[in-house]
Design a protein around this ligand. Structure first.
Ligand SMILES: Nc1ncnc2c1ncn2[C@@H]1O[C@H](COP(=O)(O)OP(=O)(O)OP(=O)(O)O)[C@@H](O)[C@H]1O
Length: 308
């Protein structure tokens, strides 16, 4: 059963189509990722889902979240969901527990229930020791975990996260991924945006890759890779590739792609790439497995982390 269903939705700002005719569904108990570079339209799409942005008036599409239309029933959706916005909008004047109590009050939780929930959420997000700390005393990763704890106060069936780990170090990123996996395994439906292909690959059951407001492709991450990209990549600076390989014939199973100053040679056949490596005659290169970044690059000609 779909918890979120988006059908032919568009949103235009000053004639710029931020979201263009987008359709997708998020199944109950799954983790769904909107993956795309800065400005792809991910945040705008999310905001329309939780009622913070209106779709175009002339757009004939529909959004349903738990069967409710966010344009009309924002509050009903709010009580069933938790939202982690892109910015950590915590109250700097209050400490960790006080920040959570304010929200607990908003949700109408009795004080004893609120205290119990806060204690268990702080333990779950490994913040118990910081319960009495001021917000400015927290690291970026702690603030992010606190915002996630806050979004979980009303025990939501749907958790919406806008770039949950942007700017955080790899250790915190992995910790947050583990927590999100546990929530998903416990039955919470998760919708997140990210421009980290690794994040999408690690935690999403299904990924919609978007660019310039439009869907580029959508599938399980592993399937997106199996069906759209070769298994291995050899990377070398474009300048060096032009100097030593330019004009020479490549092995039959090798495809070359130049973008952002890097020449990439793709193949399912590792031996073919070893031939390319030998042609480089001692110039440095990087041989790796292909990932969702390569899928995006092949589809759009641009890198995921490139500014638009
Ligand atoms: N309130 C607004 N007014 C005008 N243009 C906007 C507004 N919000 C977003 N846009 C434009 O809509 C497009 C999509 O922006 P959006 O923030 O949804 O992208 P995004 O994929 O979430 O990017 P990021 O990863 O940087 O958050 C961009 O061109 C952006 O400049």
């Amino acid at each position: 059963m779909a918890v979120i269903s988006v059908s032919h939705i568009s949103k235009t700002f000053d004639r710029v189509c931020a979201v263009c005719d987008l359709s997708f569904a998020v199944e109950a108990g799954s983790c769904f990722g909107l993956l795309g570079p800065n400005g792809a339209g991910k945040t705008t799409m999310m905001k329309m889902i939780y009622g913070k942005a209106a779709r175009d008036k002339k757009c004939s599409g529909a959004i349903e979240v738990f069967g409710f239309d966010p344009a009309r029933d924002e509050l009903a959706i709010k009580y069933l969901s938790g939202v982690v916005p892109q910015e950590n909008n915590l109250d700097e004047e209050l400490n960790v527990v006080q920040n959570l109590l304010v929200y607990a009050k908003f949700y109408g939780l009795a004080r004893r229930v609120a205290r119990e929930r806060i204690e268990s959420l702080l333990a779950f997000l490994e913040l118990s020791e910081k319960a009495g700390s001021k917000i400015r005393e927290l690291s970026g990763g702690m603030k992010r975990r606190l915002v996630i704890a806050r979004a979980l106060l009303n025990e939501p069936r749907l958790l919406i996260l806008d770039e949950p780990t942007t700017g955080l170090d790899p250790q915190v990123r992995h910790l947050i991924w583990e927590k999100l996996r546990r929530l998903r395994n416990g039955g919470t439906t998760i919708l997140l945006t990210t421009h980290y292909m690794e994040e999408a690959f690690q935690i999403c059951d299904r990924v919609l890759i978007m660019d310039k407001g439009r869907k580029v492709m959508e599938d399980q991450p592993q399937r997106l890779m199996e069906q759209n990209i070769e298994r291995y990549v050899l990377e070398v600076s474009q300048e060096q590739a032009a100097a030593v390989i330019g004009g020479r014939e490549l092995p039959a199973a090798v495809r070359a792609d130049d973008a952002q100053g890097i020449s990439r040679f793709y193949s399912d056949d590792l031996d073919g790439l070893k031939v390319v490596a030998a042609m480089l005659d001692g110039h440095p290169y990087y041989l790796r497995q292909a990932n969702l970044e390569d899928v995006f690059l092949k589809a759009t000609g641009r890198a995921l982390n490139e500014k638009q």
